[in-house]
Design a protein around this ligand. Structure first.
Ligand SMILES: [Cu+2]
Length: 318
């Protein structure tokens, strides 16, 4: 009866650990599809491995000592007054110190090498620029070179370094495609950026990782990593759309909060749209009063008069 219970518990534990171990096989973190993600996985596994230098012997010794010095073992030395051993002290302090120093160095190095603002492209290699704007509750992607824009759908050619310029037309959000690596915050009036690259073709889920209100759960998009030809096809497909968007026209309509917004294409995009959106905010607040639907307004009206370029931006917006 008792033995049966142990066997059941052991079986359950085994099953649970299999779930945990194999669960990692399909996770974006452990199976990335882009160079940045691969480097981040290497960092995680290296740090994890180094820490096992301490963790594994400690677990092993705990079990060994418990068994070796059990009550029934009369062969083990009984030394209740034992208090100090210089060699033990040296080992238990030196090894962790070396590990902490190594991990500190590694963190220092990778903080620089994996800096999201650092370009991936080597000399002579071209970088694709995409401007991503977080809205309530959708993502607007502007392709300045192609002169197109899309909502809640992204296409990138594989093996091409991409620079995402990221901002928000609303509250703080975060731009994240887990399969490709680093996430970056999207904030109104702030021009943030993250460099990513896709090594393999595929469709990767993208989302905001910073809760931004009731429509947040629908603020997802698909990132299609395609061949060069596939990307060109996608661009021409978007170009066939009859929608256009510029700072006031179209943008104002898009700015209204919407949930589970469908994929939308814009074939004509004002070349200054992203800058106009950026300049529309100052210190996180819209420079001019927006339509009532959004409920935003500038903190103080005289603020614009104190600030030279502020007033210019307000003019440009009109
Ligand atoms: Cu202001």
């Amino acid at each position: 009866m008792r033995k049966n219970l142990y066997a059941k518990a052991a079986g359950l534990l085994l099953l649970l650990s299999l779930f945990l171990l194999l669960g990692g096989c399909s996770s974006a973190l452990m199976d990335p599809k882009g160079q940045i993600g691969v480097e981040q996985r290497t960092l995680i596994l290296t740090a994890f491995g180094i820490m096992q230098i301490v963790v594994l012997p400690v677990i092993g010794m705990t079990l060994f000592f418990a068994w070796r010095y059990r009550r029934g073992n009369h062969k083990a030395a009984y030394t209740p007054d034992w208090a100090h051993n210089t060699w033990v002290e040296v080992v238990v302090w030196l090894i962790p110190c070396v590990i902490v120093l190594f991990l500190a160095g590694l963190t220092w190095y990778t903080s620089n090498s994996l800096d999201p603002h650092k370009p991936i492209a080597e000399e002579g290699e071209e970088t694709l620029e995409i401007q991503a704007v977080a809205m309530d509750w959708k993502w607007l992607f502007i392709y300045p070179e192609q002169g197109i824009a899309s909502v809640n759908e992204l296409a990138i050619p594989t093996d091409t370094p991409v620079r995402f310029r990221v901002s928000s037309a609303s509250v703080m959000n975060a731009f994240f495609i887990p399969d490709l690596g680093s996430q970056i915050y999207a904030m109104a009036g702030m021009d943030n950026d993250v460099h990513l690259i896709a090594d393999e073709e595929g469709t990767y889920p993208g989302r905001s990782t910073n809760y931004s209100g009731s429509g947040f759960s629908g603020m997802t998009f698909e990132a299609h990593a395609t061949s060069e030809e596939g990307f060109d096809e996608w661009v021409s497909e978007v170009s066939e759309s009859s929608n256009s968007i510029s700072f006031d026209d179209g943008y104002r309509e898009l700015l209204k909060p919407s949930r589970n917004h469908p994929v939308e294409y814009f074939s004509e995009v004002s070349p200054t749209l992203y800058e106009d959106i950026l300049n529309n905010y100052h210190n996180g607040e819209p420079v001019e009063v927006l339509p009532n639907e959004t409920g935003y307004k500038h903190a103080s009206s005289d603020h614009q008069e104190q600030d030279g370029d502020m007033a210019m931006n307000a003019e440009a917006a009109e």
